[in-house]
Structure formats: structure tokens, C-alpha cells
Ligand binder design. Sequence first.
Ligand code: XMP
Length: 601
Amino acid sequence: MQQKTDKIVVIDFGGQYAHLIANRIRRLGVYSEIALPDATRNNLKQYKGIILSGGPGSVLEPGSPDIDPAILALGIPVLGLCYGHQLIARILGGTVTRGQVREYGRATLRIAGKADLFRGLDSEEQVWMSHGDTVEKLPPAFEMLGSTDDCAAAAIGDPKRRIYGLQFHPEVTDTPHGMKILDNFIALCKCRREWNPKAYAQSIIKTIREKCGGRKVFLLVSGGVDSSVAFALLTRALGPDRVIGLHIDNGLMRYRESADILNYLKKNGFDNLKIEDASDDFLAALRGVIDPEKKRVVIGNMFILVKDRAFAKLDLNPDEWILAQGTIYPDTIESAGTKHADRIKTHHNRVDVILDLIARGQVIEPLAQLYKDEVRELGESLGLPEKLVWRHPFPGPGLGVRVLCSNGVADKIEPSASEQLDSAASAAGYRSAILPIRSVGVQGDGRTYAHPALLAGKEDWKKLEALSTGITNSMRAVNRVVYGIKAGQSLSYKLIPATVTRERLDKLRAIDRAVTEALLESGEYDTVWQMPVVLLPLVNERGDECVVLRPIVSQEAMTARFIPLRRKTLATIIKKAETIKGIGDIFFDITHKPPATIEWE
Ligand code: XMP
């Protein structure tokens, strides 16, 4: 009889990183899958280890997701992360309270004692936090294994029962030795490491063939790494005659991007690719739309309308074709695509029309379980050109979510919030203001939509980073912080009514192009993972619209850190911006993810 594979299960409480935990465990060589909190004791007996994920809920709220306490008595090692950590504490007789300080971003863990879970780690480790509640009293038999400044019970455990809880997230790259902690947990579970990711491309190809049966596929190709890798896999699985790629120029692309993509893909052997210019349709549908989620839905729906139109033009029989998408896992999780997850934003490939097609079995998404880093690995293993595999990611809704809109009426900002910001900023030597616009954030696994704070003063990135984290941790009205990069930076800007128009898009395209050129010239393009450039409905005293630079580094887009640019590069950008009509002052986004998302909408 064949020996059973050793597996670790991740119970998903709707945390933004639940699936990422499974991905990390697989990367460490152990097969891992996801289960929901209602999994029974009997279902879970087959696993060698159980991980309880984070989640947007609070264990203090009635009705929040729970597990059968008998699961903790199975004798299988358990690791609770964030929400999971608090749940363990509550079930086993400890207490959890609403934290005095919400903690988002980097923190330093001071490790106490010599727990097996922390074998090979230093006495102080950088960790990534995203929480409001805290474990106050430990359950009987539990030991305190580590603390941070803002959280005494950051790591707890009962080594005898092999049950551990961590308030931080070892699964994200911003906990640099997080993989070591997960590796130690695997060792505690005594798992054999048999999972071999090299076979992944082959297993995806097999799944594509099974799922398609005799049908052909129609794929929307943006030209980014995800859709290009999906295109390559589908073509390999089914042959070029059964795959058509369609690139839709939605008018929301960057400077000359659609033409470049088409040339580039054709040059690299993608002959079965067509292009459809639908920029007028997208702009007409977006006319007057201000709310970011509405814009996302309009754009997602329009993709399907244009696809249907192209389908009819090509005279394809709908019974013979299904839709393929290059969706990757963050698109699903951030769109509230798992049972308990909060909707951070609706990704363009997760609007209702598409969810309906998915429910009817008419969509295939070969990369749906993967993250960007895995897609890139797969792309390289398929022999796709490096330039394509390592392009900066670009969101499906394109510049549509980088042109911020407004009806011109500013939200009321509580004077107490401005005072609180002012006192934090001035204590660090900065001037400050709360901007009368809002952007999306992700805090404690939930969506926020709050104000950015603007700081002006000395360009000291370390100080600015600490100030930014301090402000977003302590103020509910602020989920993002920007820094004005000009000397003598103004703090006063006027909010104007503004929507997505060709004129604003052209303005953004011009500054975005200038910024990309500056990065390429300085050699910083390759150190930056992605750099959204965002146009704000805020004007300076000349009536010119302000722009945000958002350079970040990330591995899989679920967390990110802002990365400073060199002063010389910033000076070049300021100079170039002055030559672009209608572009005003430039702000630099100094917020990590969490608490702010990478894009502003
Ligand atoms: P956020 O802004 O959620 O973005 O931190 C995470 C990553 O996803 C990209 N993004 C999208 N990609 N469709 C996509 O294909 C979308 O609707 C979408 N929204 C955001 C974003 O650029 C970043 O790389």
C-alpha cells in the first residue's frame, strides 16, 4: 500500500495571509491545504500539524469564527497566528482584551527562553504585526516565549502539548526569519518533506486538460506576467489552435503600453493574440463615477462586455469556448473570495458577472492558487523572456484606480485628529496636515478607507518611517502617510471636483512616464518591486493637481514596504514634473502595507 503523504492543514479564519501560510509550508516541502473553521475533529485527525490563521474578526465579538475545542486536544501540534493565537488563548482559559495600542507594521520581538519553535533565531528578531486585540492572561501551562514593545504576549506556548500562539505573522517576508519559525513547526510536527514544486507546471497542465475537456479557451491578456504565464501554460496544454488571447486597450494603460505589449508578445511567439481598442467605451462607462469600488466594478464589467463583443465579431460558438483569466491568489482573497475574508477591494477579475460565469463552470484560472513570486518562477521555468517575467506588476483596472476622483466636497476632519497628528509630527520636528481625500488600507485583515496625513520637513527616511508607523498605529482617522519632497513644502491644498477623463489620464501618463524614465536612468527600476504614480484631486496655489509616488518592495503583494528613492532621482523627477502642464506638487508615500494597500484605491 502507498504511504500516505504527511500534510499540514491551515484553518482559514478569513485572514489576508491564510493561503500564504499554506504556500509557505509547501515551499518548505510539506503538502499543505486549507480548511474552514467548521472542520470537525475527525476531519482534522489525518493531519500532522494544524495552523490557525489570522482573520478580520475579533474573538471578543459574539459570532466570530470559532473551532471545536476538542481539536486542541487531538495531540497534534497546533500553531495559532494572530486571530488563531487569540483563539487558542481564549479556548484554553486565558484572556484576550482590546489592545490599548493597535500595532501595524514592523516590530522587534524579544525572545524569552529556548523554545523549539524559535530554534536558530536571534534573541531579537524583526516581526510583522497587524492587530488590535491582545492576549492579556496566558492559559494555564502556557509560557511567555516573546514580547514586543506594544505586545507582552507576542509569542506563547505550551511545549508539552506542542501548542503555540504568535501574535505576529511569520508567513510574510517582512518577518525575515518567519520561514525558520515555520520550518521549526514542521520539525515539531515530525513531517516528512515530500512535496515537490518542480512538478507544479506539469500538474497545472494536466488540470487545464481535464477542466477544458474538448473546449477551447479565450484569454484576456493584459500583457503582465500573470496573463502571459497563463497564456503560455494554456497554449502548452491545449495547442495554439485551441487558445485565443485578447488584449483589450481600455484607455487606462500607460504611455504606448498596448502597442508595446502587442509587439513584444508577437515577437516572442504568441501568434494567437488579438487586440481590441475599447478606450472610448471604458471612458464613457466611467464618466461621473467617483467611488473607488464602483469604478472597479464598472471596469471589470466592461472587460466582459468587450470580450463578448469580440467573441461575436470572431463568430465563435459560445458552447465551444470558455473564458480563461490570469487571476492569482491575492485577487481572490482581497476581493473577499474566501468565506471569512473582508473585501479589501474588488479586483477586476472578481466582479459579479465573472463570479457568475465561474459558478457555471465557464472560467478557467490556471494560476488561481499562486502568488506573484510563484508565477514568476513558473514563467522562468517555462522559458519566458526575463523582461516579461520581471516587469513591474500593473493592476487590471490600470490607471483607472490611480486617478483619484472627488465631488469636490471635503469630509469633515475632527479637530482632535488634526491636533493629535500635529503633536506627534511636531515632536519629531515635522509640520503636518490631514489631507481632505481618502484612500484604501488593510488593517487587522479588514478594509479601511481613511485620510492620508501629509508631513513636511527634513528628508530623514528612518525618522519618517517611525513617525508614519506611529501615526497609523495610533490614529483611526489616518491610514496612510505621505511626505512632501520639495523644500518649503506647502501643507495647504484645495479639493476639486474631478473624475476619470482623458485629459487627467494623459496628465498622469506623462508624469508616470517621466518617473519611470528617471528610475531607469538611475538604475533603481530593478530595486523597486512596483511604483504606482497616483493623481490626486488636490490642487496647489497655481491650480495644478498633485501627484503621489508609491515605490514599494514586496515579494507577493500581500505585504509591502515603501522604499526611499535617491535624492538625485527625486530632484530629476521634480524637474521633469515642472515641464508637464497641469502637474503640481509631488508627495512620497511612506506607508507600508499594512496599514495602507499598494494602490490608493
Ligand atoms: P493592493 O493595492 O491591494 O495591490 O495592495 C496588490 C497588488 O495587486 C495589484 N492590483 C490588481 N491587480 N487587478 C489586478 O490584476 C486588480 O483589480 C488589482 N488591484 C490591485 C496592485 O497593483 C498590486 O501589485
